[in-house]
Design a protein around this ligand. Structure first.
Ligand SMILES: [Zn+2]
Length: 84
């Protein structure tokens, strides 16, 4: 995985990707299964691959930041820390 993740790898790893618009400050979680179907399971899905193609659906801005994070609930994470 030296050259980044594909959509399929992100889904299998349970990652979530959130796009944030720098112009209107809205955030939207990307629909990874839909993007995989559209671009293909092997399509690269890292920020530098996606950002040039992204556009804010609200204000039309193209200054989008992408955040990659494990799709786990904070409560679950907290519970695990306490119990261990
Ligand atoms: Zn916007």
């Amino acid at each position: 995985m030296s050259d980044g993740w594909t959509f399929q790898e992100l889904i299998e790893a349970g990652m979530s990707v959130t796009g944030g618009c720098l112009d209107c400050h809205r955030h939207h979680k990307l629909d990874l299964p839909a993007l995989r179907d559209r671009f293909g399971a092997d399509a690269p899905a890292m920020e530098w691959d996606l950002r040039p193609r992204m556009k804010c659906g609200v204000c039309g801005g193209k200054r989008i930041t992408l955040t990659y994070s494990p799709d786990t609930s904070p409560k679950e994470l907290h519970r695990k820390i306490v119990l261990s």
